[in-house]
Design a protein around this ligand. Structure first.
Ligand code: HEM
Length: 192
């Protein structure tokens, strides 16, 4: 392996992080639209949603750490933490940095959920949508693999599925309440 080991690690971990976060968003939407399970909901389905988010954040950590260790392109702490501070594709990298901060907010509030009101947790959890959108823009603008048709195919396919499931979720939430329990986001506490 040549001197680009950390650069390859950056690229691979970025792709894995995006895949895990995309899967986490899709799984959360499948749960909240109740397309995959009925009540009572087995614990593993929500555990899987949590796992995908946590694993995505772990790979973002590997992604950023390997950029710092890499010497092929020059990134320091300021360049990985402050949007637009990088000289290498500053705007494309900034989408990733903003996405990382939003992801941290989603993860931290999920860990502290028992201490938060349902409304506060739910509002922060909605940041998952900009996390997905911005990390997708980041992948398609910063990534070396953006030249591959497969990258665009995956981004378009997953984005279409997210839009479709979100429309179903919004539609269900705006329907008059029936006799059954209200539709809630994945893992949200329900009344009663
Ligand atoms: C939620 C957060 C993030 C996700 C999901 C993510 C994901 C990705 C993906 C999928 C790629 C494309 C890899 C490739 O095509 O080879 C990429 C590239 C890149 N990301 Fe991130 N990223 C995130 C945050 C960050 C942050 C905070 C930085 C800080 C500097 C960063 C810097 C880069 C750079 C420099 C590249 C270009 C590597 C290449 O040539 O492919 N990313 N990222």
């Amino acid at each position: 392996m040549d001197g680009k080991l950390w650069w390859y690690t950056t690229r691979a971990s970025g792709l894995v992080a995006w895949g895990l976060l995309a899967a986490g968003v899709l799984w959360g939407l499948l749960l909240s639209t109740k397309l995959v399970t009925s009540r009572p909901r087995p614990a593993w389905v929500v555990d899987l949603h949590r796992f995908l988010g946590a694993a995505g954040l772990t790979f973002v950590g590997i992604h950023v750490t390997s950029i710092l260790l890499d010497s092929y392109v020059d990134f320091g702490l300021v360049q990985v933490l402050q949007p637009l501070a990088a000289t290498w594709h500053p705007v494309a990298v900034a989408w990733g940095i903003v996405s990382m901060y939003l992801l941290v907010a989603v993860e931290v509030t999920s860990l502290l959920r028992a201490r938060l009101s349902v409304r506060a947790w739910r509002l922060t959890h909605l940041l998952s949508f900009p996390v997905f959108a911005l990390s997708t823009v980041h992948m398609l603008s910063a990534g070396t693999e953006r030249h591959q048709p497969a990258t665009w195919f995956a981004a378009v396919l997953v984005s279409a599925a997210v839009v479709m499931l979100t429309a179903m979720r919004v539609n269900a939430a705006t329907q008059p309440a029936g006799p059954g329990p209200a539709v809630t986001p994945a893992g949200a506490r329900t009344q009663g």
